[in-house]
Design a protein around this ligand. Sequence first.
Ligand SMILES: [Zn+2]
Length: 120
Amino acid sequence: MIEIKNEELFGKIIAEEMASINGNRVLTTWEMTRFVNALAKASLRIQTSGTFMDFDRDNDKLTIWSDSNLIYTVGADKTCQCKAAINGTVCWHRAAKRLASRYLLAEAVSERREPILATV
Ligand SMILES: [Zn+2]
């Protein structure tokens, strides 16, 4: 299960991802649209269906139980088994893996920092 406990932090990561898509000069307008759509869908799904996702930090792997009742896994090699990915296009599962791994790492770091900040 993935639970967003720190909405502000999650929002910050989404904004950074959006900026990096926007700043990527290699992407065509069409590709940029696909990436933005994937990011938007991934953000929403993590927030609304995080219960059906699991991030395995040790193996850097996100498992998603999708609406279509299929299970997709995105590992460190960033591959996905869905139709879009097999056809070589952008899929939200990979965007979700990037978002989830970045968020969970940032959350762990911020939780570790809080007691130190509290004493300052
Ligand atoms: Zn996929």
